[in-house]
Write a protein that binds this ligand. Sequence first.
Ligand code: GLC
Length: 747
Amino acid sequence: MLAGAVALAGFSVTAPARAASRASDRIEALLARMTIEEKAGQLSCFADMIRPPIGDINPQVNIRNAQTLLAETRAGRIGTLMNGLGTQGALDAQKAAVEGSRLKIPLLFAADVIHGFRTVFPIPLAESGSFDPHLCERTARAAASEASASGLHWTFAPMVDVARDQRWGRVAEGAGEDVYLGQVLAEARVRGFQGKDLKAEDSMLATPKHFAAYGAVTAGLDYNAVELSEATLREVHLPPFQAAFAAGALTTMSAFNDINGVPSTGNKRLMTDILRGEWGFKGVVISDYTADQELVAHGFAADDRDAARLAILAGVDISMQSGLYLRFLPELTASGEVPMAVVDASVRRVLALKEALGLFDNPYRSINAKVEAMRTATPALKQLSREAGGRSIVLLRNEGGILPLPRAGQRLALIGPFAEDRDNVVGPWAFFGDKSLNVDLATGLRAAMTDPASLIVERGCEVETTLAGGFERAVAAAQAADVVLLAIGESQDMTGEAKSRTDIRIPPVQQRLAEAIAATGKPVVVLLRHGRAIALEGVVRDARAILATWFLGSEMGNAVADVLFGAVNPSARLPVSFPLESGQEPFFYNGRTTGRPAPVDPNAQEYKARWRSIRNEALYPFGFGLGYTTFALSDLKLSTPQLAWGDTLHIAARLTNTGAVQGEHVVQLYIRDRVASRTRPARELKGFQRVSLAPGASREVKFELKREHLMFVGEGDRWVVESGLFDVWVANSSVDGLAGSFELLKA
Ligand code: GLC
């Protein structure tokens, strides 16, 4: 298999990795001694006010202060604390549990370590564009190493929600619109966070979230209802969770949303029948933040007591932040509405989790101030953040090969609200980030230029408002420069949770700034700042060059400079489609053809599946990206035109670097099931390989397809595969490629 090759997903759709099926004698002995209050305590997680959290990082005002939490911990009424950091506070909290409580059960310390900790890496969506699971594993491992050094055991990551509507703010947090890419990266990130041994003090429990289908919220409106067919749920939204569990994840988090009227957090069919019954998951389900209490607002629970009953009976083991289990499990079990056996099963799973981490034998694991100092914000972490940033940047346009820029001999004007901004480089879900590490664009560019004085910087406008005299100063700077770098896009608070947007263009004032700059006639390179696909228009869309630079983390300025000046040859590909207009959302490459697919002729207007004013296609499609060299695919070969039911189809094509510099390409394998008992996507990604080639070099790239890669959810909502004709492409993106076909023969 080629270096960097990604084996085709053989992800099982059956049972994943299993935790211990029976609790140990230690746990059974503990359980036998526990009161119902202590049991409810183990099933309760609260925001950690014992350790100085960074700001109010959760929606509610934290309703318990440090003294209350310490007292509750000593009383055995808390099992997990979340989103605190720092070894001193961890020591105080763990002492309260292990030395101060009756049963001395250690606390779990959890946090949202989503894309880095103190040192921040690119947002997961950006990093997913690297199409490099090894890179994703490395950054997750690095994040776990840094976060565990600060007294944390458990991260509420990776977010594995497949997101097909760019209006949703949380698309930033996942792996984008494709299920296969989502599976591969979910597996890699779980391996990274958990490491090789969960008892190692630098390992963290991973949590593929949000279970399930949170990415399918109607209209991309966060927390909105989800209406899904069983087939789409099982084909698109569940497989990344299965891949994560197959990689060893022992926890998951229930989602805020409902699915077809049944809220996930009260959904027994989802949380027990599918998760545990079908898949054999033995780990722990934690609710999302007050999601159990929100069953009342959903109109699914009559009151808080009913909500606690429904959540625990559905299969939610730990209640996050609401305190409902502490309040109501004693009376619910006394009345028999909740069998004690149900509570005991949840407590066993939580205690088994603590045992899996080695906390009973080593409760002060990951609490060492010397290690914290040694493993935080190291040069290696910064270098990895810079490398990951450079590998996440997608080159969308490079007219006339204006990029890479020379390091000397040109006057550059860096213009826009993100030119010198350090507050919007890390993106959402990076509240632990050490801001002093943040490298803004101007700093990164100056460090890379031979003569930093030849960089002029003008803000031009605010993110969404004008700046007195800003346009005039920016135009003057552009007129004095040879090339303009336009640092525009979304700010951090326009992306992430509860940041859905009805219009995914850049803010109007920035578009007007771009128009004023373009009127100078100077060549413009757009450095787009964004947490989702953006609908580009006008002079921004038509700029000489466009780099999709997302939110790249602490080293943003250096990573962008590396690509701008050619130290790094951009090799990332789009993990989400950039539409022509916002109104196309939800837009994704692997939609169905419909009965009236739009003809190739762009001007055809007859009754076909297209918008009145535009075709329903991407400006920049999923899988697309340019580099500083060019590649050509040729010589597609299939091992047979007729694949026997139990055989393997071998596919090969030749990739040649037809340019002048070394580069990496992402060769993609797509299929289409031409005729099936359910309509199938126009294309489905089934494999990809990163290939690095010197100029003029070429290499054969090989893939394999078996019938399990051709499965879909068919009649009776079961996974099936049907014989017949399949198209196959070895491609550079989801819209091009060398085309072939084969027939899968009947069994
Ligand atoms: C948030 C998010 C979830 C996060 C949790 C704890 O609301 O939905 O992803 O892990 O609360 O912060």
